[in-house]
Design a protein. Sequence first.
Length: 256
Amino acid sequence: MLLTDTAIISKVGSLNANISNVVSCIYKFQNYDILNMVNDKIEILTTNDSILSMQLLSQNNICNIEKLMYDNMLTTLSDDSLLYKKNSITYAQLEQTIKNTFQQQQKMCEAEKNLISIKHEKKRNLLELQNFVKEIEVKKTQLKQEIEVSIATLMSTINIWKGQSVISSPIDGYVEILPNISDGQIVIANMPILRVLPYENGIKGEMTFQIKDVGTLTGNEQVEIVLDSYPQKQYGYIIGTIDKLSASIYNNSDNE
C-alpha cells in the first residue's frame, strides 16, 4: 500500500475544512451580539419603555386633573340649573355653563384616549423587547448546536484520519524501522516494516563477539556500546548491561 501525495492533500484539506468550520461557528456565536447590533436594539427598546412609563405616569395625572375639573363642572351645572329655575341666572348663563361642561368632558375623554394610547404603545414595545430577547436565545441555542455538530464532525474526521493514516501501538516505546524498508517502497499486507521497543524494558539486542573476547565478558556486566553510524566523539556511547551470554557459536564468512 502506498499513500500518494494526492490522498494526503485530500485528507489534510478535509481536516482543515472541518477546523475552519468549527472556528467559523465559534466566531458567529461569540460575535452574534455585535454583528446583529443586539445591545443597541435592546437599549433602544429599554429606553423607549422608560420614556413610555414616564409618559404614562404624566398622562395618568392629567386624566385625574381633567376628571376632577369635569366633576366640578357637573357640580356647577347642577347648581346653575337650580338657580335658573329660581330665575337667579339667565338662560344664556346656564347655556354657557352647559357649554363649558361639555368642553371639559371632551378634554377628559381626550386625556383618557391618550392614556389608553400610551398604554398600548408601552405594551407593544415591551412585547417587542420580550420577543427580541427570546429570538436571541433561540438563535444562540442554534449557534451552540452548530458548534457541537461541527466539533463532532471534526472529531469524526480525525478518527477516520487516525484509522486510515495513523499507525498506533498498544504500548509506549521506541519505534524501530526495519533495515529492509526504504522510502517510497510499496509494501504488502502483513509485511512488517517497524517494531516498537517498550520504554520500561529498554532496548534489547543481540551482539556477536570474537571467541577470544568472550572470556572477558560476564552476565549483568555494564558495557559501553558505540554505534558505527554515530561516531563516539560526536554522539558519545550507550550504557548497556549484558543480560546473558549464549553458549552457541556463530561462524561468519571469515570463520571467526
